[in-house]
Write a protein that binds this ligand. Structure first.
Ligand SMILES: C[S@@+](CC[C@H](N)C(=O)[O-])C[C@H]1O[C@@H](n2cnc3c(N)ncnc32)[C@H](O)[C@@H]1O
Length: 284
């Protein structure tokens, strides 16, 4: 495969977008698999998966239990999940904070994979602690804004992205519009640090935690990461009515990103895996 051919296989959908951001599908799924291992799911325990998205984590949860209810806000992602998940996995298309699931069943395990940052933490703790069975646990991951004084590449990649955009707009004789309209809406900044989570978090107490890092540490992962930005700019350029060729786009974005990808190991994501249990259990 030629160095620029890789990104051409990236399809413009939700999965390919998140995969690219973390160096490709394998990298993305490896970190999910590690979280599912961390969860230590008992055979056939009753699992609620909040924010199940396209069902990537669900595939790994299914190795341990078939008793899974997924909840996902975005109907398009649920449709995608349904194409590959077996029919015995139920999925509700709704906001997890709505009362539909609130008082129904008590779950042995609530998993929220790559979803915590969408909630107000207090609401998340309240919702999940209220849904747990007496011995149940909540397992989720939290993206860290910084780890060991290192920020994930995405934080610095913005400068390279805007520089690449400037170059492309200039090449096409266009004026670069205001930066705010060009931001990467798929990326959510994180203010959390390892210290953000004490022993007691809302209605939960923290039982275990573990650090996990996703590293872009091989040429394929680096190409996949470049492919993420190529896809971003490609979609954006359609909106602005110019059509850079893929090779042109690729070489411009690669030139600007290369200094960030020089190191052998580039941090794509630092996250905390957390297991918490309900404090309400002690009261009942
Ligand atoms: C980053 S995706 C993660 C999807 C999947 N778990 C994964 O790891 O690939 C987060 C998902 O949370 C969903 N979401 C956000 N807030 C939600 C809510 N209040 N209730 C249900 N789903 C929600 C979004 O629609 C999105 O699909």
């Amino acid at each position: 495969m030629s160095p620029s051919a890789n990104y051409q296989y990236i399809l413009p959908d939700y999965n390919s977008r998140v995969f690219g951001m973390f160096g490709g599908q394998q990298k993305y799924e490896e970190s999910i698999e590690r979280l599912i291992e961390f969860a230590q799911i008992e055979p056939d325990s009753k699992v609620l998966e909040l924010c199940c998205g396209t069902g990537i984590a669900t595939k790994y949860i299914m190795r341990y239990s078939s008793n899974i209810l997924g909840v996902e806000l975005n109907p398009k992602l649920v449709t995608q999940a349904r194409t590959h998940l077996p029919s015995y996995i139920s999925i509700l298309t709704q906001n997890g904070l709505n009362s539909g699931i609130k008082h129904k069943n008590k779950y042995d395990l609530i998993l929220c994979v790559n979803g915590f940052h969408y909630f107000n933490p207090a609401e998340f703790y309240d919702l999940t602690s209220g849904l747990l069975a007496p011995e149940g646990k909540v397992v989720f991951n939290v993206k860290l804004g910084e780890y060991e004084r290192n920020k994930p590449i995405h934080y610095q990649a913005y400068t390279a992205y805007f520089d690449a955009l400037k170059e492309l707009f200039t090449n096409y004789g266009l004026h670069l519009p205001s930066i705010s309209g060009l931001s990467d809406r798929g990326f959510i900044n994180s203010k959390f640090t390892e210290e953000s989570f004490g022993d007691i978090i809302g209605d939960l107490y923290l039982n275990r935690k573990q650090i996990n890092k996703v590293l872009i540490d091989n040429p394929e992962a680096k190409e996949n990461y470049i492919g993420y930005w190529v896809q971003m700019i490609q979609e954006l350029s359609l909106g602005f009515g110019f059509r850079p060729t893929k090779d042109n786009l690729y070489s411009v974005i690669k030139k600007h990103l290369s200094p960030l990808l020089e190191q052998e190991e580039v941090l794509a994501k630092a996250e905390l895996f957390l297991e918490a249990r309900s404090l309400r259990r002690a009261e009942s």
